[in-house]
Design a protein around this ligand. Structure first.
Ligand code: PLP
Length: 407
């Protein structure tokens, strides 16, 4: 085998399909987000406004978070120095787990190095606890859930996105005595739509199934204390395992599950993705704890976030741009092909200093390639005006379709 040629061919395939990904080299400055500098590959640094970050609430720059990280860094040094079982558990990790358990009204929480790992490690481990487990998975679940379910060697059934009738059919077709788990998300990050949580909980109860909920795009942002959509809708106690991230609305890094003490203990004891990897640095755990604490009492920031999303959607819709709006904070504008999406993204960056990454297959289905904007409380009216104006100009420049606007 010509290994080098095989690698080249694989890369060329992506170029040919117009979905080869490039990094945009961003220089961030503390306190300036969403403003940053773009380090052009062949030129000077240019100012840009970041419109595609997942630091949804600007907590990555929050003074409490930075102070907690500085304090822990000075107190303890850089890394944790070990896996959780071998010298890598500190007071900072324990405090964060307690904060997260409290956030979700659960007995325990368990930290992982990311929510990706939390999903993968937990879902791939569950059949060890429940032999014969069947997992019912929404077809649009995140790659980390799909990977965990795929690797676990157990049975899986994929139900059509948000289709509770299909889920019911699948549940009813299986042995009533078989252990079951339904895995889904509260907000699907590419379209910004909500999972039918109450209906899924009803089905879980009827068929004696466990529920597994990914709240990655909701924690910090929904619910009176930022406990996610399950908290907002009063459903936390009906979810057996909640997964969340500390990297998006909380602005730091890391992931977790929150569940009963026994469930967390069992995952802690059986999941290779928890056991055999170095724990988060204490400073990261400290920053995340400060962020979770701050957002538990900062409804104003959550309200500002929703307001910003509403304003941006209203303004883009006013231009007739094809926008998906399910009432969440995510603002996807469908372009519909990878070439135009990349071109728009490139022109926004180069000509307007607006950074929004194109989103292509396999992250979204072909034909629905898009730009996905993430307005936040730290995007002001000036940034919003510049974005809306640039989108208007470029949409015309690329001769893309607009919806008919009523007078
Ligand atoms: N789950 C969902 C739905 C996500 O969108 C993501 C990341 O984008 C993850 C999990 C992984 O989160 P993390 O970045 O903490 O690994």
């Amino acid at each position: 085998m010509d290994y080098s040629l095989a690698v080249e061919t694989a890369l060329q395939r992506l170029h040919d399909e117009g979905r080869y990904r490039t990094f945009i080299d961003i220089v961030r400055t503390q306190g300036q987000f969403p403003h940053a500098m773009w380090r052009r590959p062949d030129g000077p640094e240019t100012p840009v406004t970041v419109w595609c970050g997942n630091d949804y609430l600007g907590m990555g720059q929050h003074p409490d978070v930075l102070a907690a990280m500085h304090e822990a860094l000075d107190a303890t040094g850089a890394g944790s120095g070990g896996t959780r079982n071998i010298s890598g558990t500190t007071a900072y990790h324990k405090a964060l787990e307690a904060e997260l358990a409290d956030l979700h009204g659960k007995q325990s929480a368990l930290l992982f190095t990311s929510a990706y790992i939390a999903n993968d490690a937990t879902l791939s481990t569950l059949p060890k606890l429940f032999p014969g487990l069947i997992i019912y998975s929404d077809e649009l679940n995140h790659a980390s859930m799909i990977e965990g379910i795929r690797r676990n060697g157990g049975a899986k059934r994929v139900f059509r996105h948000n289709d509770v009738a299909h889920l019911r059919e699948l549940l009813a077709a299986d042995d009533p005595a078989a252990p079951k788990l339904i895995a889904f998300e509260s907000i699907y990050s590419m379209d910004g739509d909500f999972g039918p949580m109450a209906e899924i909980c009803d089905l879980a109860e009827e068929f004696n199934a466990l529920t597994y909920l990914d709240e990655v795009h909701a924690v910090g942002m929904y619910g009176p204390r930022g406990g996610g959509v399950a908290e907002r809708d009063g459903l936390m106690d009906r979810i057996d395992i909640i997964n969340g991230t500390l990297a998006k609305a909380y602005g730091v890094m890391g992931g977790y599950i929150a569940a009963s003490a026994k469930m967390c203990d069992a995952i802690r004891s059986y999941a290779p993705g928890f056991i055999f990897t170095t724990s988060l640095p204490p400073a990261v755990a400290a920053g995340a704890t400060a962020s979770v604490r701050a957002l538990k009492v900062d409804q104003t920031r959550r309200d500002q976030h929703q307001t910003q999303a509403k304003i941006l959607k209203t303004r883009l819709k006013g231009l007739g741009l094809p926008l998906i709006d399910h009432g969440s904070h995510i603002v996807p504008v469908i372009v519909g092909d990878p070439v135009h999406t990349k071109k728009l993204s490139d022109m926004l960056l180069e000509d307007h200093g607006i950074y929004v990454q194109p989103i292509n297959f396999p992250t979204v289905p072909r034909g629905t390639e898009r730009l996905r904007f993430t307005p936040s409380p730290v995007h002001g009216p000036r940034e919003m005006d510049a974005l809306v104006k640039a989108m208007d100009v470029l949409w015309s420049h690329c001769a893309l379709n607009r919806a008919e606007l009523s007078a």
